[in-house]
Design a binder for this molecule. Structure first.
Ligand code: GLA
Length: 385
C-alpha cells in the first residue's frame, strides 16, 4: 500500500470519514554545495522520492490535532497559546505555526494524520520535510498563498528559533521548491532558483553509512562561527563575496584552521556553479569529478567527514559505473551519494554494500532515488482555499 493510501486509511480510522486534503513534502540529498548555504553561497540539492504526508481536514476551533502514525503518538495544539515543551516531532508543528503567526499570517486549525518514509536522523532532512508539509497544510486551511521561498524562510525560522537548530536555508528551500527530474541551483543570498536536469542515463544513489554522530550541532555551529570570522577577516558580509583570487592573495595571513575552512567555502561555491554548468551540458564525468573534489575538500579543509563516509565514498568510486561520490548534508555520519550509470544501479548497490561492510563491519542502507516534486497538495476539493 502506498503512503498516500496509508495516510488516507489512517485518517478514516481516526476521524470516521475521508480526509478533505492530502499534502506531502520531500526529503533531499545535496548533489554539491555543502556548508555554503549559511555563507550566502550556492547549493545544488534535489528533492527525493521519500516524503512526509499529511491527510487532514480543517477545524474551526483554532486547534491542531495531529497523529503521527509511524510513531504512534498524538498531539493537540492551541494556536493562540503555543508553548515549547521540548516534545519530539510535535515541536516542528508548533514551530511552523509560531513562525507563520510571527510572519503575520492568521491561522486556522486542522486535524489529521502524519506518515512518512524519510529516514529520521540520516541526513536526508526529514525535519524540513515535516516543516514544509505542515506549512502546506496551514497554507491551505488558512488561505495563505503558497510562495515556496517565503514558506522556506518561515520554516527555517521555526527550526532556528523554535526547535533551536542553526541550519541554513538549503533544506527548507529544496523541500519547498524541488522539481521532478531536476536538481535546483539555489542562490542562498537572493533565493533565486534554477532547475537543472540530471545528466541523461544517470542515477543518484543514496549510500547511508548507518552511522549517526552526536555533537553534530555543536560542530556545525563552530564551523559557522569560523566562516563568519573568516568573512570578517576579508571585510565582506559573507564568504560568498570572496573570489578565489582574493582568497589566494591574503590566505597566508589567516591561521591554519580559518584558512582551511574558508578555502573549502570559496572553492565549493566555484565547484557548485561549475557543476550546474556541467549538468546543463549533460557532462556526467565532469559532474562526477566535481562531486569527488567536493568530498576531498569537506574531508581535508572543512573537516566534517568521518571514517565511514570516507570508506563509503571510496567504495563507490572503485566501481566503474561511478562518475563521482561524496558525503551529503552536514557530515560526521549519515549519507554519502554517488552519481552512476543508471543501468548499473543494482550491481553498483550490491558491490558497494559488500565493500563498505568489509571496510567497516557495518551494513549500509542503499537506495536509488528519483528527483521529486517539492511540497505539494495531492488532493483537495475546490471549496478549500
Ligand atoms: C545541514 C543544514 C543545511 C546545510 C547543510 C550543509 O543539512 O541543515 O542548512 O548547512 O547541513 O551543507
Amino acid at each position: 500500500m502506498s503512503l498516500q493510501q496509508r495516510a488516507d486509511q489512517g485518517f478514516r480510522r481516526d476521524f470516521g470519514q475521508p480526509p478533505t486534503i492530502i499534502v506531502r513534502a520531500p526529503g533531499r540529498v545535496n548533489l554539491i554545495g555543502e556548508h555554503t548555504d549559511y555563507n550566502d553561497g550556492f547549493v545544488l540539492p534535489m528533492a527525493i522520492d521519500r516524503a512526509i504526508w499529511i491527510a487532514l481536514q480543517p477545524r474551526a476551533d483554532g486547534r491542531v490535532v495531529a497523529h503521527a502514525l509511524d510513531l504512534d503518538d498524538a498531539t493537540t495544539l492551541t494556536l493562540e497559546t503555543l508553548e515549547n515543551t521540548g516534545e519530539d516531532w510535535a515541536e516542528y508543528l508548533k514551530g511552523v505555526a509560531w513562525s507563520l503567526q510571527e510572519a503575520g499570517y492568521a491561522l486556522d486549525g486542522w486535524e489529521g494524520v502524519i506518515i512518512g518514509d524519510v529516514p529520521r536522523g540520516a541526513g536526508l532532512s526529514s525535519s524540513a520535510a515535516l516543516e514544509l508539509a505542515t506549512a502546506r497544510a496551514f497554507s491551505l486551511v488558512s488561505g495563505i498563498p503558497w510562495d515556496p521561498a517565503e514558506m522556506a524562510k518561515v520554516c527555517q525560522r521555526a527550526e532556528n528559533d523554535w526547535v533551536g537548530v542553526q541550519c541554513g536555508i538549503m533544506d527548507q528551500m529544496i523541500a519547498a521548491a524541488g522539481q521532478p527530474g531536476h536538481a535546483l541551483l539555489i542562490d542562498c543570498r537572493s533565493l533565486d532558483t534554477e532547475p537543472v536536469p540530471l545528466p541523461p542515463e544517470t542515477a543518484v544513489i543514496v549510500l547511508d553509512t548507518a552511522t549517526r554522530r552526536g555533537l553534530v550541532d555543536s560542530i556545525y555551529n563552530e564551523r559557522r562561527e569560523q566562516c563568519e570570522a573568516a568573512a570578517r577577516f576579508f571585510g565582506v558580509p559573507a564568504l560568498r563575496d570572496v573570489s578565489a583570487a582574493q582568497f589566494e592573495a591574503r590566505a597566508h595571513e589567516l591561521d591554519d584552521t580559518l584558512r582551511s575552512r574558508a578555502r573549502h567555502v570559496v572553492t565549493e561555491n566555484a565547484r557548485t556553479l561549475q557543476a550546474a554548468e556541467a549538468m546543463r551540458r549533460g557532462d556526467r564525468r565532469e559532474m562526477g569529478r566535481l562531486m569527488s573534489a567536493s568530498h576531498a575538500s569537506l574531508r581535508d579543509d572543512f573537516a566534517v567527514s568521518s571514517r565511514e563516509l570516507d570508506a563509503m565514498a571510496a567504495c563507490a568510486r572503485r566501481h566503474d559505473a561511478c562518475y563521482g561520490a561524496r558525503m551529503t548534508g552536514a557530515g560526521f555520519g549519515g549519507c554519502a551519494i554517488a552519481l552512476i550509470r543508471a543501468d548499473a544501479a543494482q550491481h553498483f548497490s550490491s558491490t558497494v554494500a559488500a565493500c563498505y561492510r568489509e571496510a567497516t563491519g557495518i551494513s549500509p542502507n542503499i537506495h536509488v532515488c528519483q528527483a521529486a516534486q517539492g511540497a505539494e497538495v495531492v488532493t483537495a476539493p475546490d471549496i478549500v482555499h
